[in-house]
Design a protein around this ligand. Sequence first.
Ligand SMILES: Cc1cc2nc3c(=O)[nH]c(=O)nc-3n(C[C@H](O)[C@H](O)[C@H](O)COP(=O)(O)OP(=O)(O)OC[C@H]3O[C@@H](n4cnc5c(N)ncnc54)[C@H](O)[C@@H]3O)c2cc1C
Length: 393
Amino acid sequence: MTEHYDVVIIGAGAAGMMCAIEAGKRGRKVLLLDHAKKIGEKIRISGGGRCNFTNINTHPDKFISSNPSYMISALSRYTYKDFIKLLDKHNIKFHEKKLGQLFCDGSAQQIIDMLRSECDLAKVVLQSGISIHNIEKDNNKFQTKTNDKTYLSESLVMATGGLSVPKIGASKFGYEVAKQFKLNIIETLPALVPLTFSETLLEKCKELSGLSVEAMVSFKKKIFKEGMLFTHRGLSGPSILQISSYWKLGQNIEINLTPQLDILDYLQFRKKENPKQEILSIVSEVLPKRLAVILCNDCNISGRIADLPKVTINKLSNSINNWRINPTGTEGYRTAEVTLGGVDTKELSSKTMMSKNNEGLYFIGEVVDVTGHLGGYNFQWAWASGYVSGQYV
Ligand SMILES: Cc1cc2nc3c(=O)[nH]c(=O)nc-3n(C[C@H](O)[C@H](O)[C@H](O)COP(=O)(O)OP(=O)(O)OC[C@H]3O[C@@H](n4cnc5c(N)ncnc54)[C@H](O)[C@@H]3O)c2cc1C
């Protein structure tokens, strides 16, 4: 059986639904297909169930891409304020948690319901739980083939997302279709992902499990000053997730455990002011005691500060202000929030999101080589790329 549409969109996630709504509003006959039974699953599990749906500090410098100017046009044509207008229309309340991150007051399901109802208004035909076998192009029409049907369309939009969390629907399909149509793929890697560590470091992390500090974590010139969490699996928390998107295997990450304080200056000052005070008690004033104990033990340092040689104080200061760790890897796509890399944006129009060499073929959202920092930027990219493509498909 064959059915005709103007636009077929594969992937009913954030970007696909936004594109469907916009195309439908223009009067295009739109079919939105997803192989998962439940659509918008990543929205549902995002932001701890409250969806960090955008960030008021959205700027191209919050994104990673081998073509760093690609996202500028879309982000300027659909901003966080546009998404807020949509939330206001649906009376969805939200708040800023920190660093410009906007979350729903209620649940992430409100966003999914809002997008579904906008799809209905725009007369989008939505089908979930549909396996797509393959895509072909013939006589300027795309053929999307399922078990029992072929859908013909002028435009085909790949909005299949990245590779993270495969158990809720992530697949390679978008990348495979890109390759089929001879588009280049920038190597994909898990990002915004917890890192893994050697046994020695892991033992320490286990002892400190549950403890969190405000740390400055850096890799080369990239610096993030956010929370860092010790867990029984290693180090995590926002600053570690952020740096994971930049870190390269085999190289060190530097951690400053007291970014607000030059610990060497401080210890020298305290040595003059309170020479009889125990080093552990001084360090415990600026760091949680459990961490202070481990740091002092590691440097083999105890007793009164006055009795400690300069070289020992230097060693301790270094381990606090310049702690170097060498991760052994990442936890991979199972726990990653996003996928780094993807469809090479040099092959796409930044105005329309269409492939430069394949008329009618579009790539949007996370499947593209545009990856946001933690904090609502990835959804803003999904909304913006969905919105602009929806004006042209
Ligand atoms: C745990 C977690 C928490 C997150 N929290 C946040 C957050 O708070 N803020 C933020 O900005 N970002 C967050 N992200 C990232 C964000 O969810 C994604 O960047 C965003 O959903 C990407 O949108 P998308 O539409 O491109 O892809 P998706 O939302 O992943 O949608 C892709 C859709 O395509 C479908 N699909 C895949 N393959 C096929 C196929 N072969 N056939 C048919 N359909 C297919 C999938 O079922 C899915 O419905 C989080 C991610 C995770 C995993």
